[in-house]
Design a protein around this ligand. Structure first.
Ligand SMILES: *Cc1c(COP(=O)(O)O)cnc(C)c1O
Length: 360
């Protein structure tokens, strides 16, 4: 089997052990003579798989009992609309923080369904930092505060959880969920598209405090109503069964690695190795404020952008894939999610050393 080092921002690398197991089980799941994909979502076998996946996620993240875990569809982007539809239900006013392309998209969609106030926006400094707590112009009458703790494109992360008093905090954790320890009780709601640290694209995991359910705007489509989803165990309609199963395999794998604390330690080692390397070489640069550097997405530029194409060609030839930065910002980006090993990150810096020596 040939496996490259894959630094894709999403859909991203999955653990090889998970893919091998899914391969073994593909046509004949646990000797039942059929694929998990071919089973009724109401069957005892699938329900057991689904419930175990949820329990493993609860264990991994220490999710308190007063939170529901929903397995939804439509990726994280659908949540940009579902959140105001479900949660902008008091004053109708919401606070949003903008620190990059994803929170900007969430803002555009939020404005369609709520009266949004932007309480901090770092676009003026090209999204290279996050605001401090004192820079947040919070409003006590907001129905919620929305932010993105880890901006996948800019590689910008908050180094604190905003304190919002009684106003529920909603976080787009798509590219950071399960990467580091997190106090779930600080949030009203967390959501994450699966294709970074959880599993296949399309699935979106929502973790929501149960007092926030049941107040959706009247025009909310049934399928977008968190309470309907929660009341039906995420099976109001046919859920994405295979993605749910695969997410469950990833959660099992994470537990085998020692859980979130252990994977977080590895993630911090990976990130500091890469940032130290970049900071130590004039040929490479990362524009993000030191405190706000993401441990998952590491953008970097070469001293001469005319070498970008060559860098990408040669890195790919060396088995290091998907290092191009997002089309909106250019340059390079290494996404070093949970399934990207320390060996992969060292292989990357070895290649970067060699490339700088030849072209610097
Ligand atoms: C990838 C990503 C999204 C979009 O996810 P989709 O599943 O493609 O909708 C949203 N927010 C963040 C932070 C992301 O990294």
């Amino acid at each position: 089997m040939n496996r490259v080092f894959n630094f894709c921002a999403g859909p991203a690398a999955l653990p090889t052990a998970v893919l091998e197991r899914a391969g073994l089980e593909l046509a004949d799941w646990h000797g039942k003579g059929l694929s998990i994909m071919e089973m009724s979502h109401r069957s005892a076998d699938f329900v057991a798989v689904a419930e175990k996946a949820e329990q493993d996620l609860r264990d991994l993240m220490a999710i308190p009992d007063n939170y529901k875990v929903l397995f939804m569809q439509g990726g994280a982007s659908s949540q940009f609309a579902m959140i105001p539809l479900n949660l902008a239900n008091g004053s109708g006013k919401v606070d949003q923080i903008v620190t990059g392309q994803w929170s900007k998209k969430a803002l555009a969609e939020g404005r369609r369904f709520a009266d949004v106030r932007v309480i901090a926006n770092t676009e003026d400094n090209h999204f290279t930092s996050a605001p401090t707590q004192s820079e947040l112009a919070l409003n006590a009458d907001a129905d919620y505060v929305h932010y993105c703790p880890n901006e996948t494109i800019g590689g910008v992360a908050f180094d604190y959880i905003p304190a919002t008093g009684d106003v529920p905090l909603v976080a787009d954790l798509s590219s950071a969920i399960l990467s580091d320890t997190l106090d779930v009780s600080r949030f009203g709601m967390i959501y994450a598209g699966a294709q970074k640290n959880i599993g296949p694209a399309g699935l979106c995991v929502v973790i929501i405090r149960d007092d926030l359910l049941g107040k959706a705007q009247a025009a909310t489509p049934t399928m977008f109503d968190y309470k309907v989803c929660a009341d039906h165990g995420s099976m109001y309609n046919t859920p994405p069964t295979y993605s749910w199963y695969l997410a469950g395999l990833v959660f099992e794998w994470l537990k085998e690695q020692g859980g979130v604390a252990a994977i977080a330690a590895a993630n911090h080692r990976k990130a500091s190795h890469l940032y130290q390397f970049i900071d130590g070489h004039d040929f490479y640069a990362n524009p993000v404020a030191i405190n706000n550097r993401s441990i998952m997405n590491v953008p970097f530029t070469l001293a001469d952008s005319r070498l970008d194409k060559l860098f990408l060609q040669q890195s790919e030839a060396a088995g290091l894939l998907n290092l191009a930065g997002h089309r909106s910002v250019g340059g390079m980006r290494a996404s070093i999610y949970n399934a990207v090993s320390e060996v992969a990150v060292v292989a990357l810096t070895d290649f970067m050393t060699d490339f700088a020596r030849r072209h610097g």
